[in-house]
Structures are given as structure tokens and as C-alpha cells.
Write a protein of this length. Structure first.
Length: 418
């Protein structure tokens, strides 16, 4: 086994840290190795205790290294939370002093770079830049302008950034753990890549990644990312409501929610069952129906919030499908409640990316709904192996091969003058 022929992805969440190491041979994934443990030092996607997080990262990757046999040095990891900033940056460049000229990859790169510079901020770190649409003269919403003739080229560049201080803290923590970050990704974006890559192209689709305390909403039109919302809500909201209403510790509320909570059908069979709560050394019975009523009420509130957010970008009749992932979506009855309130089909995300989908039935860690713990990691691995720019209009990227660049330049000159 080639010890360095691997890709390692680390998913740092508020409730868990997951890592996957993929063995690569002939540019294909041939095996996967998994590790996961409870997270420490993260709240609402932000590092609040770097020492605890450092220890958790170190243990997770050390165990992964022992299980895989890889000598792990470089990792891909993710960011989320309220320090995520998404924005549009526009730029226009002239193509010719007089008349028109054919648009080349060099022109597209130039306008993209100009928009990136104009949208950059000294206090932010850009992690994704994606062409939203191009305009050539008076023609708008062009997906790929290369080969068209025009006098002026404009781009609407979608930038996803993170506050620089958050990135610096994350990089420092990972480095202190003994590893280096090769690249950073938005959690929802790589998760969507793992479960939605081959599913859709036409129409409006939504990806909802609901974790313990952060929910990311990504809206796509015709396969192109159009909007992102990061919300400070998740499965913990239901747990906290139980804790408040029953006046019991959060950890006990989480256990009760997972074991006995049913959203929606509070009059169904078994709802008269009593749960014994230990409180102040004594046991107090409470009906399961009460637990379900509490989390159902809170779930309705959460779903209505998500509906209001989506309503800013698309009417329910426009949305073809909502694909949901994350810990918060696993509560019994939540997806049905989500679908009822939004009036849109909702389904649990499944790993569909061809690079890793074939491994679903080969590993116990991916069986049942266990794969949801590794969705972001698998998406990072898929993205690390690809050269595309996620879900965006085609972007002209420079090749690292000087001969290829020379050939492209000759072709551009030929197209321009002949």
C-alpha cells in the first residue's frame, strides 16, 4: 500500500468530529477508512475552546491513522456557522476598443479575477468563488460566454467567505494538532456534492443540512447554486425546549428526545406510555405524549422559519424537491412535518456521487443512516478529486501545464484575429 496515496477529510461539527481517509489508486478511490467521536470546543459552528478541540482532532486523526495505515499529514476540512458570509461581486471589462471580438478563456479569467478583487475584504477569507452568470453587451444570464462575440463582458461572481479571525483560529488549532489544512469547504456545499451531484439539473432544488445547532440552506436553479442561508437552529432547539418545559438537564432531554420523541402524530399508538424521569434522586413519570407535544410544537416553529427563509428566494410551487441531511432531520416524523408545512416533496439525502456511491454496501459505517455522519467528509473527498467549480456557471481556469497554457494562448490568438 502506498502510504501517502490518500485523501483525508475532517468534518468538524458541534456534536461530532468525523474523518474519512480514502486510498487513491489510478485516480480512483479504492478503499475508505472511518473514524468519529463526540466533538468538543465547538458551538454554533464557532471554536469556543481551542484546547478541547485540539485534543479531539488529534485523537480522531490519530485513531484514523492507526486504522488506515496512512501517515496523515494533510487534511481537507470544513467550516460553517454565523461567520459565513455570502455575497455577489460584479465586474465589467471591455473586449475591444472598436467593434466586437470573440470571447476567450483568457477574457473570462480576467473578468472573474476583477470581480474577485472588487469583492475581497481584508477581514475575510474567500473559500469559494463561483460564476453566477455572465452578460455580453445587452445579453444577460449567459452560462458560458466563451466563443461568443461582443464588445463588453460582465460577470456576477458569487463569493463565499469566512471571517478571517475564524479561519486563523481553525488553522492554528489544526496545526497545533500536528496537521496541515490543504483546503477548506463550506459544509453544506460538500454535503450537497455527495448527495445531489447526479440527481438534478433542471428546475429549483433545495438542500437542507440540519445539524445540532446550525442549519445550512442551499438553493439551486438548473444545477447552479443561487443562494445560501446559514441559520442558528437545529436539533438542539428541540432538546432545549424539552429541557425548559420539563425542567430537566439538557443531556437527559436529548436522551428522551431520541428514544421517545415522535413528531406529528401525538395521538398515535403508544403515546399513553409513561417515561420515568430521574429528578433530584427521585423518579417522576411523564407521558410520552407530553414529550411528543413539546417537540412537535418546536418542530413546527423551526419548519415555519425555514419556510419563511425559502420564501425569500422561491415560491413553493417552483421548488421540485428538498433534500435533507444532518442529525436534526433524523428525529422521527420531522421530515414528514417539514414536507407538510412547506408543501414541497422532502426526502432524506442519499450518497449518489459516482466516486463513492459504490462503497455504501461495503462498509458498516455507511449502512442504514450511519452514512449521514460522513456525508461532508465524502463530499470533500469527491471535490478534492475533481476539477470542477461546484455548482456554478462554467469558469475558465488556468492549467498548471505550461504546454497546455501555450496551446490555449495560440488558439485564443487565432480565434481573435482569424
Amino acid at each position: 500500500m502506498l502510504k501517502n496515496n490518500y485523501i483525508c477529510a475532517l468534518d468538524i461539527g458541534s456534536s461530532k468530529i468525523s474523518a474519512v481517509a480514502a486510498e487513491i489508486r489510478k485516480k480512483r478511490v479504492v478503499s475508505l477508512h472511518f473514524e468519529s467521536l463526540p466533538s468538543k470546543g465547538i458551538r454554533n459552528g464557532l471554536i469556543v475552546d481551542s484546547v478541547s478541540l485540539l485534543d479531539a482532532i488529534g485523537k480522531c486523526l490519530k485513531d484514523l491513522q492507526a486504522g488506515s495505515g496512512f501517515k496523515i499529514k494533510f487534511i481537507y476540512t470544513n467550516v460553517s456557522g454565523q461567520d459565513i458570509i455570502s455575497k455577489h461581486s460584479r465586474a465589467i471589462i471591455p473586449l475591444a476598443e472598436r467593434g466586437n471580438k470573440v470571447i476567450t478563456p483568457s477574457d473570462v479569467r480576467r473578468v472573474n479575477e476583477q470581480a474577485f478583487i472588487l469583492g475581497s475584504n481584508i477581514d475575510e477569507e474567500n473559500i469559494h468563488k463561483m460564476p453566477y452568470a455572465y452578460s455580453v453587451d445587452d445579453k444577460i444570464d449567459i452560462a458560458n460566454p466563451i466563443g461568443l462575440y461582443g464588445h463588453r463582458l460582465e460577470v456576477d461572481l458569487y463569493l463565499i467567505c469566512v471571517k478571517l479571525s475564524s479561519i486563523q483560529t481553525l488553522v492554528h488549532t489544526v496545526n497545533q494538532s500536528g496537521y496541515e489544512i490543504r483546503d477548506l469547504f463550506l459544509t453544506g456545499l460538500v454535503s450537497a456534492k455527495a448527495v445531489m451531484e447526479v440527481k438534478f439539473k433542471a428546475g429549483v432544488h433545495v438542500f437542507c443540512d440540519m445539524g445540532s445547532d446550525i442549519t445550512e440552506i442551499l438553493l439551486f436553479r438548473d444545477g447552479i447554486l443561487k443562494n445560501i442561508e446559514v441559520l442558528p437552529l437545529g436539533g438542539n432547539d428541540l432538546t432545549q425546549e424539552l429541557s425548559n418545559q420539563l425542567n430537566i438537564p439538557f443531556d437527559l432531554s436529548e436522551e428522551i428526545k431520541v428514544s421517545y420523541g415522535i413528531i406529528g402524530d401525538i395521538d398515535g399508538p403508544g403515546q399513553d406510555k409513561e417515561i420515568l424521569l430521574r429528578k433530584e434522586g427521585n423518579y417522576k413519570p411523564i407521558k410520552q405524549k407530553i414529550v411528543s407535544e413539546i417537540i412537535t410544537s418546536k418542530s413546527i416553529s423551526v419548519c415555519r422559519t425555514l419556510k419563511n427563509i425559502l420564501g425569500k428566494y422561491a415560491a413553493p410551487t417552483e421548488i421540485k424537491l428538498i433534500t435533507a441531511c444532518g442529525r436534526g432531520t433524523l428525529q422521527e416524523g420531522f421530515l414528514e412535518m417539514f414536507e407538510t408545512i412547506l408543501g414541497v416533496p422532502v426526502e432524506l439525502g442519499r450518497i449518489t456521487h459516482p466516486e463513492v456511491a459504490s462503497f455504501i454496501n461495503r462498509y458498516n459505517e455507511l449502512s442504514g443512516q450511519k452514512y449521514l455522519a460522513y456525508t461532508a467528509c465524502l463530499g470533500m473527498i469527491c471535490q478534492a478529486m475533481s476539477k470542477d467549480n461546484f455548482f456554478s456557471a462554467p469558469a475558465a481556469e488556468s492549467s498548471h501545464n505550461p504546454i497546455t497554457n501555450l496551446i490555449n494562448k495560440v488558439q485564443e490568438v487565432y480565434q481573435e484575429y482569424f
